[in-house]
Design a protein around this ligand. Structure first.
Ligand SMILES: C[S@@+](CC[C@H](N)C(=O)[O-])C[C@H]1O[C@@H](n2cnc3c(N)ncnc32)[C@H](O)[C@@H]1O
Length: 431
């Protein structure tokens, strides 16, 4: 396929995403199955165009004065890729499988339209209905934070200290030019390629042998501030695919016991191979078994209960740009209920003096500080740790500057920390 044919295909996929209201990744997969002539490199180019368009959907439509898939793609070529009008015009030639030539109006808008008078939700590329919620959490930084969430994300790796130091892993991956992350002492960052793609890590010996795992720097920090110590009894209540479990296993140097649980057994499926690869030997996976109480023996025994809570994912829009357009107010309400239930459930397992770590990958106040406030009011036998104390206990005192100004917890975000948006708060059970 030619680069111009990739554009036509991306317009078609954007149209399908709009009609089907399904995750972009699923629609791209279906499109690939229905168009067997497209090879893997073509599909990757098309996906990259689609994701850039979704990241910049609002600003691209504003620039072009039109919300059609074609207009959004054209606007995104300017907003996300900075292409010149001449380059775009040469691709939109109307020949072969290329999209129809640019109209006079499209040309004029591409060259002349500006975002300077656009409202915050357009400048920040998020849905208008969520603007007030983002402003409540982020104040006058909402548009800047939205714009940072509309950038392509780098590939972040967490070095597995059970197998290598950061220097060793960096040397083994030197051909990918990884740079040490600025905040996580365990992170390596690889810039995305010009087409937005990361490297094929699953074929890298350093990955296959478990020296590194993919994990956003914000997620690494959330795990690090849990300050898990060797010998502790730890429950990872929402372990999913095990991203945080693996980080905790490394932190504890394989000493003590980590119990990895998730209410959805299918989500746990990848954890077994990942634990094996990482050489993590202190993890017991506690998958659900019908209605059995699979965590009953942990009642009142845990030094640390991690709640990596189900959330809107409003901090991960760099990686899942379609999620911001599919998010609905009803989904937020559901997540809020699940989160407060999980906080309540966690109290069952924490021992006296033990701690709950509450984590989300959301930037919304309701899912973060407000949940902590409500929990502390309902559970006076718990006290929240200050940001300073949290950062000091984790031996990362410089993280105290990420203290939330809304309540107890630390906030990391693309704009303030160069990470995905993460919130983490620690609460200790009174002795
Ligand atoms: C943010 S994801 C976890 C990501 C994972 N910890 C990681 O680092 O890769 C949230 C998880 O919570 C799980 N979950 C939702 N409600 C739950 C509940 N009541 N009890 C336990 N797990 C739950 C979901 O199935 C989902 O896998």
């Amino acid at each position: 396929m030619t680069p111009a044919a990739h554009l036509s295909a991306a317009i078609e996929v954007l149209q399908l995403i709009g009609e089907r209201r399904r995750p972009a990744q699923d629609v791209l997969k279906e499109w690939g199955v229905a168009h067997r002539f497209a090879g893997s490199k073509d599909r990757a180019q098309i996906a990259s165009l689609v994701f850039d368009s979704l990241r910049k959907r609002a600003s691209a439509a504003f620039v072009m004065g039109d919300e059609s898939p074609r207009a959004i793609l054209i606007g995104a070529l300017r907003e996300a890729r900075g292409l010149s009008l001449a380059s775009v015009a040469s691709l939109f030639s109307g020949e072969g499988h290329a999209p129809a030539p640019l109209s006079e109006e499209e040309r004029a808008r591409y060259e002349g339209a500006t975002l300077s008078n656009a409202p915050a939700h357009v400048q920040g590329d998020y849905p208008e209905w969520i603007a007030s919620r983002l402003e409540a959490a982020l104040g006058d930084q909402a548009a800047a934070e939205g714009a940072a969430l509309a950038q392509r994300a780098p590939v972040d790796l967490r070095v597995n200290i059970l197998k290598a130091t950061r220097d060793e892993a960096q040397k083994k991956l030197a051909h990918l030019h990884p740079e040490p992350t600025l905040l996580s002492p365990l992170g390596l960052r690889i810039k995305p390629g010009a087409d937005g793609r990361g490297p094929a890590l699953s074929a890298e010996p350093a990955f296959v042998k478990g020296l590194v795992e993919t994990q956003d720097e914000g997620s690494q920090l959330a795990a690090l501030v849990c300050a898990a110590a060797p010998g502790e009894q730890i429950l990872d209540l929402c372990a999913g695919g095990g991203g945080k479990t693996l980080a905790l296993a490394a932190q504890t140097h394989n000493r003590g016991q980590i119990y990895a649980h998730d209410s959805d057994g299918r989500r746990l499926a990848p954890i077994f191979a990942r634990l094996e690869r990482a050489g993590a030997r202190n993890v017991q996976v506690r998958a659900p078994r019908g209605g059995a109480d699979v965590l009953a023996d942990l009642e009142g025994r845990c030094d640390l209960v991690l709640i990596d809570a189900p959330c809107t994912g409003a901090g991960t829009w760099r990686r899942h740009p379609d999620a911001k357009w599919r998010l609905a107010a009803g989904a937020i309400a559901l997540r809020l209920e699940e989160q407060s239930e999980l906080l309540k459930e966690a109290t069952r397992y924490v021992k006296t003096g033990g701690r709950i770590a509450y984590v989300t990958c959301s930037v919304l106040l309701e899912e973060n500080e407000n949940q902590i406030d409500a929990f502390l009011t309902a559970h006076p036998n718990f006290k929240a740790l200050s940001a300073e104390e949290t950062a000091t206990r984790a031996n990362l005192p410089e993280l105290a500057r990420f203290a939330s100004r809304h309540g107890f917890g630390l906030r990391f975000s693309p704009f303030t920390a160069g990470t995905d948006g993460f919130f983490v708060s620690l609460m200790q059970r009174a002795v």
